[in-house]
Design a protein around this ligand. Structure first.
Ligand SMILES: [Zn+2]
Length: 220
């Protein structure tokens, strides 16, 4: 099964990708992680092509699609992929559908995690991270130091109200065409609306699993 996860930064999309992967045994593919691996490997044929990431720029559709195509062909992704961070544009979505079609496959379902901006603000403004192991915590956990590393937790400089709102608006603007593209197509579309910041990751996962079951995509 090929799943596309959509959701703004802070929506818990990555967490859901991991939880769904555990539940369904379909590998979770974060393109962010994929790119970081290529950046760390100077021998990779696309190493030079993706250096723009370091300047905070986006990799071209052509290069992203090539990375995804190389990944799709790997035997460990034969049974499906939970895409996280891809596609980001309509051009990438069209490319993905073409690539899958050439393999006799298709996007089975899009899962759109729609988090209100209030929830997003509360989550991101309270986010603290460990400078050593990079683990993310929330002030509601009442921790001052990383339980593993023992160093004080820090707040990311770009986790302020203004930057969060900018990121959110940028996401909405860029993703709206992608949402309409998938909604107007033949692909199954699941929308999860999160309006409470206290909503747990496991309750979101349960809602997703129930909807996948209703669509006949997973068993009970
Ligand atoms: Zn740590």
């Amino acid at each position: 099964m090929y799943i596309v996860l959509l959701g703004p930064p802070g929506s818990g999309k990555g967490t859901q990708g991991n939880l769904l992967s555990q539940k369904t045994s379909i590998p979770h593919l974060s393109t962010g992680t994929l790119f970081r691996d290529i950046l760390a490997n100077p021998d990779h044929e696309l190493h030079k092509d993706i250096q723009v990431i370091k300047e905070g720029k986006l990799v071209s559709d052509e290069i992203v699609n090539k990375v995804v195509w190389d990944t799709l062909k790997k035997p460990e992704y034969d049974k499906g992929i939970i895409f996280d961070g891809y596609p980001r544009t309509v051009a990438q979505a069209e490319a993905l559908e073409k690539m899958l079609e050439s393999m006799g496959k298709k996007v089975d379902v899009v899962i759109d995690i729609n988090v209100t901006r209030e929830v997003l603000l509360e989550r991101l403004l309270g986010r603290r991270s460990c400078p050593i192991c990079k683990r993310i915590f929330h002030i509601s956990q009442g921790l001052e130091k990383c339980p593993d590393c023992g160093v004080p937790l820090i707040k990311r400089e770009d986790d302020n109200r203004e930057t969060i709102m900018e990121r959110f608006e940028e996401y909405e603007e860029k993703t709206a065409p992608l949402q309409s593209y998938f909604k107007s197509g033949s692909v199954n579309y699941i929308e999860i609306i999160v309006t409470e910041s206290s909503r747990t990751a496991s309750s979101v996962k349960e809602e997703i699993m129930n909807k996948l079951f209703e669509l006949g995509l997973v068993g009970k």
